[in-house]
Design a protein around this ligand. Sequence first.
Ligand SMILES: Cc1cc2nc3c(=O)[nH]c(=O)nc-3n(C[C@H](O)[C@H](O)[C@H](O)COP(=O)(O)OP(=O)(O)OC[C@H]3O[C@@H](n4cnc5c(N)ncnc54)[C@H](O)[C@@H]3O)c2cc1C
Length: 371
Amino acid sequence: MTNSVWQPGPVDAVREAEAVVVGGGIAGVAAALYLRERGLRPVLVEAKTVAAGASGRNAGFVLTGTAEHYVAAVERYGHDRARLAWSASVANRARLLAVAESLGVPLERCGSMLACVDADEAAAARVSARLLAEDGFEGRFESSDPLRRGFVGALVKPGDAALDPVRLVQALSRASGAAILERCPVYHVAPGVIWSAAGEVRAPLVIVAAGPHTPHLLPPLAGTIAPVRAQMLATGPGPRVLDTLVYANYGYDYMRQLPDGRFLAGGSRDHAVAEEVGFEDRVTAPVQEAIAAFMRRHFPDIGAPVAARWSGVMEFTADLLPLVGPVPGMPGVYVCAGFSGHGLAFALEAAARVVACALDGASPGVFDLDR
Ligand SMILES: Cc1cc2nc3c(=O)[nH]c(=O)nc-3n(C[C@H](O)[C@H](O)[C@H](O)COP(=O)(O)OP(=O)(O)OC[C@H]3O[C@@H](n4cnc5c(N)ncnc54)[C@H](O)[C@@H]3O)c2cc1C
């Protein structure tokens, strides 16, 4: 919203900053934190409130790896790039667990399992486990279901973890020491300046981490990031039935039980791929029913009724890897976005790389948007 000259409001406000970050999701607050560690005090500008986007709506799975089984990543990227992408997520998990611990964000070190729903997926998991072992990564294949819940095998990663994503993002934002402008949409980004509802912020360095909205602010990146909706549900508290993170059906379905007994389930986007695109924050009956059916198929003993349903908008790139680096034709403007449903697997490492890229000229490596 803008203000006319007759309305009260900061039409003429101009701030000077050493750096400005657009977006208060996990990528933006992590970038602000790493700027602070390099001695800069950024201004962070957020259209709604910190963690209002996907970063506050996700399942809280801190997984290693890309969205697919490792064997599929090797096929998609080639072995060297797949190894680099996986290494980046391993580095990300180490960063995330360390910073969460240091900031007092509760962590569940519960591990994860990629639970296979059919023989084809089990075959992919088996080959993935071999490739992961050859490349020195964690991942153990089990040919029968370790949970005895109707899966046909699993790839187990004991080092994965879970947390409350809102607590994480809020803790990172406080630790960053950034001057935070909330309820303050940015309308336009140009080299050295952004225009927002609170006026201009001038800074030699601009980092845009606006999730699925990123291309609206960075025209050279038009068409590189697609908005994809994800839906979840939560039951009320019930007896403990699950002690690990379940990421199943090629990642299309996921489940977790919170320490207080509430059971979380999400995904089932494969039931409505064409409908689950765009920016609309809404739940739909077909996807919610599919999520509930998957949950009840494997956990028929969950008695507690569904108590909450929600959606969030993810930001997918064509190759499912984040986009990090200088924006072509916009000197001093950098992007850190495109986590393709895996922000907790990549965003801290991506934020560290975008800061190193901007301040030291370091390469963003496998995230380089010039790929
Ligand atoms: C239901 C669901 C479950 C998920 N589960 C997991 C999971 O378990 N593990 C995992 O790793 N990932 C998961 N994800 C994906 C993960 O949440 C995202 O990858 C991650 O949050 C993206 O972070 P981000 O900072 O890039 O974007 P966002 O969190 O979307 O943050 C972008 C911010 O920019 C702000 N913004 C946008 N436009 C403007 C503007 N013009 N001016 C100012 N601010 C602006 C937005 O308001 C928003 O706060 C899930 C996502 C969803 C929706």
